[in-house]
Structure formats: structure tokens, C-alpha cells
Design a protein. Structure first.
Lengths: 113, 113
């Protein structure tokens, strides 16, 4: 079945470390997104990409970086510059352009040791 | 800025009752709306969508109503079941452009058997 795979499901980071969250989709979708979700909050957009080798900052991009070298992959790096990284991170994709219904992965929960 | 919000953060119902989850939006240019369901520890799943040229759209046990006059939409779930317990989000979009969907905070639906 087609879908979005996020790994790992749980991730722990030490202070000062960078960590990379994986997101892979086999839906042949052009657009991909990263969101952050904090308890009791909605989804806040970190980065999005409409096409390979192109990506744009979302509302809370500071302390994060992404790459889009392949259509099916959109990894997110949480850098040491992100002072409050503990959150639930969700990756999504949509068929062609921004605004279409999004398909979501099951998230990665990042915690600080 | 403009935002999407929900009136009730938590809704408790008895199994078999009908549930109504509300969402207010403030961007008058929004013309496409999506409801998502998020179960604990998982990513949001698409439930139903509606375009601004419609007032009502029905799915299986779910109905979405759109009132453009007061910028309000609702999700009605008929004969609510324990499996409906989840957080429900609405997202507003502008189709055809580069507008990124904006998500509301979410409403937690709790269904008591």
C-alpha cells in the first residue's frame, strides 16, 4: 500500500546535537511538508517543498533544515539552534500543488535527554 | 493575522449520539476546507472536504456544513462510536495558488460507551 513512512517513531537528542528525521513517500506526490505539533496545539508548518530541489520556509523554520534531493524523500534536521525541540513531528505530502488534501505519516516524537 | 480556530477544545458524547464539531475561519479568500481526524499517536487522516461553492457535503456518517456568511464550518458525525474518539482538525485552503493550509487547534472528541 502507498503511504508515508516516518522514522524513527521515537527519538532522543542530547543537548547540542543535530538529529535528522526521515520521511519517505511512495505516493508519487510532488509536494511535501513538515509540521510540528505541541500538546494541545494545532499543526505549525516548518518547511514545505513543491518540487524536487526546491523548498520554502514555513512559519517556524528557525533551528530546522531540510533537503529535497529525491521526490520521495524529505528529511528534516533539527539543529542545536532549535532551543525547544521536544515535540511531535509530522510529515505530509499532497498530489501536485499546495492546498490539496494532505496525506500524513504517523509522526516522530522527539525528546531531549 | 488571519487564523483558523475551533470553539470547543473537548467534546464528550455518549455512544450513539450525534456529534457536532465547529470551526471558525477568518480568511475570506479561503475557498476549500478539509476536516482531518487524528487518533492518539498517529498522524491526521483526511475525513471530508468541501469547496466554497457548496453549503453541505455528506460522506459516510459525516456531514460538513459551510456557512460563508459567518465564516463557519461544522463537522457532524452521526451515531458516534467509540472508534470516533480522536482529535478533529479543520484546515482552510486557497486552491490553485501557493497558499499553505492553516490548521485549527483541534477538538478532542471523547465517546463514552
Amino acid at each position: 500500500d502507498g503511504g508515508i513512512t516516518q522514522s524513527p517513531k521515537y527519538l532522543f537528542r542530547k543537548e547540542g546535537q543535530n538529529v535528522t528525521l526521515s520521511c519517505e513517500q511512495n505516493l508519487n506526490h510532488d509536494a511535501m511538508y513538515w509540521y510540528r505539533q505541541d500538546p494541545g496545539q494545532g499543526l505549525r508548518l516548518i518547511y514545505y517543498s513543491q518540487i524536487v530541489n526546491d523548498f520554502q520556509k514555513g512559519d517556524i523554520a528557525e533551528g530546522y533544515s531540510v533537503s529535497r534531493e529525491k521526490k520521495e524523500s524529505f528529511p528534516l534536521t533539527v539543529t542545536s539552534a532549535q532551543k525547544n525541540p521536544t515535540a511531535f513531528y509530522l510529515c505530509a505530502s499532497s498530489i501536485d500543488r499546495i492546498g490539496q488534501p494532505q496525506h500524513f505519516g504517523d509522526g516522530t516524537r522527539l525528546s531531549i535527554l | 493575522g488571519e487564523s483558523v480556530g475551533l470553539h470547543l477544545p473537548t467534546l464528550s458524547v455518549q455512544e450513539g449520539d450525534n456529534s457536532i464539531i465547529n470551526c471558525a475561519y477568518s480568511n475570506s479568500a479561503s475557498d476549500y476546507f478539509i476536516w482531518y481526524k487524528q487518533e492518539s499517536g498517529k498522524g491526521p487522516q483526511f475525513i471530508i472536504d468541501i469547496r466554497s461553492n457548496m453549503d453541505k457535503r455528506q460522506g459516510q456518517r459525516v456531514t460538513v456544513l459551510l456557512n460563508k456568511t459567518v465564516k463557519h464550518l461544522s463537522l457532524q458525525i452521526a451515531a458516534t462510536q467509540p472508534g470516533d474518539s480522536a482529535v478533529y482538525f479543520c484546515a482552510e485552503n486557497i486552491r490553485g495558488g501557493s497558499y499553505i493550509p492553516t490548521f485549527g487547534r483541534g477538538t478532542s472528541l471523547i465517546v463514552h460507551p
